[in-house]
Design a binder for this molecule. Structure first.
Ligand code: ATP
Ligand code: MG
Length: 276
């Protein structure tokens, strides 16, 4: 657990978003979070999905009784009490504990409910990075997360249906949130990342196609970018997950891939991320 009062600097807030399910959001939050934590970046993961994949991804060393539901509903609780520590140094989590999705109902009924997360996150100190996992469907918990973020990462699989869903879902999401820019809230840049890339001819053609689609998209939406790096489709990701390990601790090759990914996403920490 961090000494939460020792550092008053605001953490960099990142979220993993896709309006499509099963595109590797939770895996990426777990791997990016743990890689950063292993390089001295004090990291807090927040699981806002009702299916708590991320919450049980790593072994826990100090279990909180509370989670995301109390973050919203128990202002009397000090933040330290709702944070769970993983077995890894510098890596904590606020777990998902709202299987019946009460938060969605409550936030929808609250004027300005979509901005509440943004306010709550501002009170969390003592971390360098907050990385948030979301569910794979559109809803107020995804909207609130985008509005609370400094950067949005969106994994995209090399299939044309994924590209279409990205354009339909994520671009619509950004368009509908653009109303908030009238109130001084700027929307975060979005970096899409191709995931699970295999060596088939078909996948290569689709990647070329995706870069094309995104270069046109970026003309109209300058804050949207497809980064020039692809995460490969490798069994190491599943193996690491089933051993409750970050993939960089499980596979040397993937360690270098995650390093490259994190250096592109977080240029402010690139020197730190280079250390072994
Ligand atoms: N690079 C990879 N190569 C191969 N398999 C991967 C890779 N990354 C993740 N996976 C596997 O893909 C599956 C889906 O990943 P994950 O649960 O992270 O997706 P998700 O977007 O969080 O899904 P949901 O929308 O249900 O929350 C998992 O079985 C995971 O182990
Ligand atoms: Mg998930």
């Amino acid at each position: 657990m961090q000494n939460l009062s020792s550092n008053q600097k605001n953490p960099f807030v990142v979220s993993m978003i896709s309006t499509k399910g099963g595109v590797t959001k939770s895996t990426n939050v777990a791997n990016i979070g743990a890689f950063c934590a292993d390089h001295g970046i004090r990291t807090l993961m927040i699981d806002t999905d009702i299916q708590p994949t991320l919450s049980s991804y790593y072994h826990i060393s100090n279990q909180s009784l509370f989670g995301v539901y109390e973050l919203f509903n128990r202002p009397d609780l000090p933040i330290e009490q709702i944070i769970t520590q993983t077995e890894f140094e510098n890596l904590d989590i606020i777990q998902s504990n709202d299987p019946r999705d009460r938060l969605t109902t409550e936030l929808n009924g609250l004027p300005g409910g979509v901005l509440k997360f943004r306010e709550l996150i501002k009170n969390i100190k003592g971390y360098d990075l907050i990385i948030i996992d979301t569910r794979g469907t559109r809803g107020i918990t995804v909207d609130m997360t985008v509005l609370a973020s400094d950067l949005v990462i969106s994994p995209i699989k090399p299939e044309l249906v994924s590209a279409r869903e990205f354009v339909r879902g994520t671009i619509n999401l950004y368009e509908s949130l653009s109303i908030f820019t009238n109130y001084g809230i700027s929307l975060p840049p979005l970096k899409a990342v191709i995931n699970c890339l295999d060596h088939t001819r078909d996948a290569k053609d689709i990647v070329t196609n995706l870069y094309d689609i995104f270069s046109k998209l970026s003309d109209e939406n300058p804050h949207i970018e497809l980064i020039n790096f692809e995460i490969p489709n490798r069994v190491a990701y599943r193996e690491a997950a089933s051993r409750a390990l970050p993939v960089h601790r499980h596979s040397k090759i993937e360690s270098e891939n995650i390093r490259k990914l994190c250096s592109i996403l977080f240029p402010q920490w690139s020197a730190q991320l280079e250390n072994e």
